[in-house]
Design a protein around this ligand. Sequence first.
Ligand code: 13P
Ligand code: SF4
Length: 371
Amino acid sequence: MIRLQGALPERYTDASPEELAAWIGAAKRSLGERLLILGHHYQRDEVMAWADARGDSFGLSRIAASKRDAEFVVFCGVHFMAESADVLTAPHQQVLLPDLNAGCSMADMADIDAVEEAWDALGRVTDVERIVPITYMNSSAALKAFVGDHGGAVCTSSNARAVLSWALDPAGSGVAVGEKVLFFPDQHLGRNTGFELGYDASDMAVWNPRLDMGGLEDAAVKQATLLLWKGHCSVHQRFRPEHVEAFRAEHPEGIVLVHPECAHEVVVLADRVGSTDAIIREVEAAAPGSTIGIATEIHLVKRLADEHPDKHVTCLDPLVCPCSTMFRIDAAHLAWILEGLVEGEVRNRIVVDEAAATLARVALERMLAIT
Ligand code: 13P
Ligand code: SF4
C-alpha cells in the first residue's frame, strides 16, 4: 500500500542527536498530560527512550483503549497499530504516526478486495455462515471491519490461541462459534497456533489469494478446519532451522526463544514460542549466565542484550533482520511531530472512517473480551 510521507524540513534532517533529544524533551514537557507516546518493542532506542509505555501490539492496544486523558497519542510503531489505536481511543483523542510510510508488508498481503473475493469464492463451495474470519492485528482497519461484520475477531501473537479456541472450541468444552476459521494475513501464526491446539496438517490448507479458489480443490476447502491466508512476515521468515541447529551446536545449554511468525519448522525446535512481550519475560526470568538465542526483530534483541548484561542474548540469524518499516520512525520524525503539536499543528493524524471504525471496534473488542 502506498502512503505518502514528504521529506522532513532541514531543521530535522540536519540536526544532531543531541539537538533532537533536546527538542523532543522540551516538546514533551510542554505538552505534559495531553500527550501519550506509545512504543512498540521493535522501535529504535532513540525513540523508545521517549515512550510513556512500551509493549507488544496487544499490550499497546489495551493501553490505547484505557488511557482516555491524553489528547494526542503518538504511536511509534506501524500503520496498522496506529489505526487500531484510533479505533480504540475516544473521539476527543487523536492518533499520530510519525512517518506515514511505516507500514507492514505482511498487513499489505491481505487487502480487503482479495479477502472479499475469497469470501465469495468460499461461499460457492461451503457455508460461510460456519466460517469464522480471524485477522491478526497486523492488518488494515478495513480488514478488521470485515471480520467484525462477519462474526469474527482480531487476534495478536499473545492471544491467538485464546481467540482460535473461542472460534472453534477444539477442547469441546463449550459452544464453538463456527466450524472453520479463515485466518489472515499470517499463515505461520495460524499454523503454529493450530498445531498448538492439537490440529494436524490435514486440518489446515493454505489459501493463495493469487490463484483461483485460493489454489484449492473444493474437497480441500470442505475438509480444512483452518484456512490459512498465504501471507508472511519478511523479517521472521528469514529464520531457518539451520540457525537453531547452529546455535544449539555452539551452546548446548542455551535457550531458544522464537516469535510465532516464524515458520513451523523453526518453532518446533524452540524452547519457547511467544509474542515480543513473552520473549521479554522469558529473558527476564532466565538465570544469570544463561545464553539465549532469539528469533525476532533485531532492535528488540539488541535492547534485551543491553538490558541484561549478566546474560548472553543473541539473534539466531547472524545476518540480522531489522523491520525496515518500524525503522522508519526515528528521533527526527518524532521531534517533527511533537513540535507540530506544540505549535498547534496535528501532523500525520491516522483516522479510520467511522463506518469501518465501528465494525473494526466490534472485532477488536471481541478480542479484548476473549482475552
Ligand atoms: P507482537 O504482537 O509480538 O507485538 O508482534 C507484532 C509484530 O509486528 C511482529 O512482527
Ligand atoms: Fe510487519 Fe514483520 Fe515488521 Fe512486524 S516485523 S511490522 S509483521 S513486517
